[in-house]
Structures are given as structure tokens and as C-alpha cells.
Write a protein that binds this ligand. Structure first.
Ligand code: GTP
Ligand code: MG
Length: 307
């Protein structure tokens, strides 16, 4: 029997940048507009998020008001920054004081490299919905460049010898970009994923699928996927996170109609046959996962795959 694994995930960034909003949407079944009701986080909001059954995410949502930040960096420094697996640092793209944000980020980096030098760092450039569509890519690239520059300057000035490889994402709670970032974060935290991946491949080949998506039950994040050669021709590149978003909203709208709790089990099978183009179904797969199967058209293939 495997012991549950505990990983500390720090969620940091200045107050109002959207940390608790993301956490509530991904792990607590909030929809985007529910987050307007969230108050500022006082000190640290600890949660143990159960994931894929035996994996527990030890999530530290750190309130970002200045007094709290100063406290993490001083009195609570060892407590907060030791034993960190992942730091998720959130920048509000609409922030009026970028210099100050960068300075705070570097202080956090300094504490992190001191106590958890092997931690992975995700940088989320958040609230991208507030930037005009045409400008998004340029604004994102420029902000990431700045964060990388500050990171490099910090490394050079600090004598830190490890490698700091930060992984940037543009995110917004108002679209599927949130799911892309969090699926990637989660992907890094799941042990034995290569076993799951090779078994998905065998299954996919066996049932002649074009694509298989394995979703975690409560968050609907894609934890693993397999795509056939044919499936790779699909031009919609953000389809995985789109589907996470769609399934989650589907589940939530069912709960509004039926009055069942939002985190209850809501559907066991969903089917769609798009004529001569493709067919798909999504079903409960294991205790903690849903599976979505995308197939070429054909009744016999569809029925056999379901069986
Ligand atoms: P502290 O707990 O004080 O550190 O703040 P926080 O980072 O937890 O911020 P919180 O999640 O409470 O969000 C603050 C406000 O930002 C809320 O009103 C959210 O609705 C809003 N918000 C969060 N994410 C987004 C986003 O992607 N786009 C937009 N436009 N607003 C967002
Ligand atoms: Mg908060």
C-alpha cells in the first residue's frame, strides 16, 4: 500500500492578483463570477487537496498584503519556505507598480532558493482577459522577459549556483487558459505518470481511438492524454483545456438544475456523434478519473470502444 504523498505548493503574489480565485475554481468548484465574493486572504490559507485518490497536495495560499509578505520573509521564513516542491508566483498584469512587484518577487526568490533550492517555479501572468486580444501575446512576452531578467540578475548577484528554470503561463479565470497552466503544474506532481501514459497508449491503440483524455475527477484537469498520429492533425491546439472548461461548466449546470452539491458525482456518461467527422464519449473511468474517448466515425467502433 502506497503512503499518501505530501508536496508543499506555495501560491504567492501580491494581494488581489487572483490567487484564491484560481484555487477556488480549480479545487473548490467555484465558477469565475463566484470569485468576486472572495475576501483578501488573511495570513496563509492551508488546504490539503486530495488528488487522484492517494495524492495530497499541500497547498499554501499565501495572502499577499504587504504586512503578510514581510512576515513570511522574516519571522516565518523557515516555516514558509522550507520543503517546497513548487512555487506558483502570480503577477497581476494590470498592476500599477511593476517595479515593486518585481522587487517582492526577487525577495521571495531569495528565500525560496535558500530553503528549497530544488523547487520548481511557475510564473503566472494573470488577468490576461483585461488586455485587448490583439495585444495579449506581446504584453505577455514582454512581462515574462522582465521576470526572467530579474531572475537572472538575482542569480548573478546572489552567488546561487543551482538552476532556476521558470515556467511561464498567461492565465485568466475567464477562459480555459487557467486549465492549461494548472494541468501542467499538476502533471509535475503526479508520481508514476509514465505508467499511466503507456497504459493509455495501449488502450488507445486497442480501441482505435484518435485521442484519449484522462481527467481528474473533481478538478477536471487533464492529468494525462494520448493522441494517435491521425489525432495530431487536429488543428485546435487548446482543445484539452477547452474540454476541461466545458466539462466543468456542464457538471456545474447540472448541479444548479438538480440542486445537488457541486462536488457530487453528476454524470456517468456523455456521448456525442458528429456524423461523418468523429464520435466521442466521456465516462467515469476509475474512482478518481473520467476518461474521454475521441474516435473516428463508425457505430461498430464506437460501441466496441464503450464496451
Ligand atoms: P490576497 O488574498 O489578498 O492575496 O488576494 P488574492 O490574490 O487571493 O486575490 P483574489 O483571488 O481574492 O482576487 C481578487 C479579485 O480579482 C477578485 O475580485 C477576482 O474576481 C478578481 N480576479 C481573479 N482572477 C481574475 C482574472 O483572471 N481576471 C479578472 N479580470 N479578474 C480576476
Ligand atoms: Mg487570497
Amino acid at each position: 500500500v502506497k503512503k499518501p504523498k505530501k508536496k508543499k505548493v506555495l501560491l504567492m503574489g501580491k494581494s488581489g492578483s487572483g490567487k484564491s480565485s484560481m484555487r477556488s475554481i480549480i479545487f473548490s468548484n467555484y465558477i469565475a463570477r463566484d470569485t468576486r465574493r472572495l475576501g483578501a486572504t488573511i495570513d496563509i490559507d492551508l488546504s490539503h487537496v486530495k488528488f487522484l485518490g492517494n495524492l495530497t497536495l499541500n497547498l499554501w495560499d499565501c495572502g499577499g498584503q504587504e504586512a503578510f509578505m514581510e512576515n513570511y520573509l522574516s519571522q516565518q521564513r523557515v516555516h514558509v519556505f522550507s520543503n517546497v516542491g513548487v512555487l506558483i508566483y502570480v503577477f497581476d498584469i494590470e498592476s500599477r507598480d511593476v517595479d515593486r512587484d518585481m522587487a517582492t518577487y526577487v525577495s521571495i526568490l531569495s528565500a525560496l532558493t535558500q530553503f528549497s533550492p530544488t523547487a520548481k517555479i511557475y510564473v503566472l501572468i494573470h488577468k490576461m482577459d483585461l488586455i485587448m486580444v490583439q495585444a495579449r501575446e506581446a504584453v505577455f512576452t514582454e512581462r515574462v522577459r522582465l521576470v526572467r531578467q530579474k531572475t537572472t540578475e538575482f542569480i548573478q548577484g546572489s552567488g546561487y549556483t543551482g538552476e532556476l528554470d521558470l515556467i511561464p503561463f498567461a492565465t485568466s479565470i475567464w477562459d480555459q487558459s487557467l486549465y492549461k497552466a494548472w494541468a501542467s503544474i499538476i502533471h509535475d506532481l503526479v508520481p508514476n505518470l509514465s505508467v499511466i501514459e503507456s497504459q493509455l497508449e495501449s488502450l488507445g491503440i486497442l480501441i482505435e481511438a484518435e485521442e484519449l483524455l484522462l481527467f481528474e475527477r473533481t478538478s477536471f484537469l487533464v492529468v494525462s492524454s494520448w493522441t494517435s498520429n491521425e489525432g495530431h492533425n487536429n488543428p485546435t491546439e487548446d482543445r484539452q483545456e477547452r474540454i476541461s472548461n466545458i466539462l466543468k461548466h456542464f457538471k456545474q449546470s447540472i448541479s444548479r438544475f438538480t440542486g445537488t452539491p457541486r462536488n457530487a458525482e453528476q454524470f456517468s456518461l456523455m456521448e456525442h456523434k458528429a456524423g461523418t467527422r468523429f464520435s466521442m464519449f466521456a465516462c467515469k473511468f476509475t474512482t478518481n478519473t473520467y476518461l474521454m474517448v475521441i474516435l473516428p466515425p463508425g457505430e461498430a467502433r464506437f460501441n466496441s470502444a464503450k464496451l
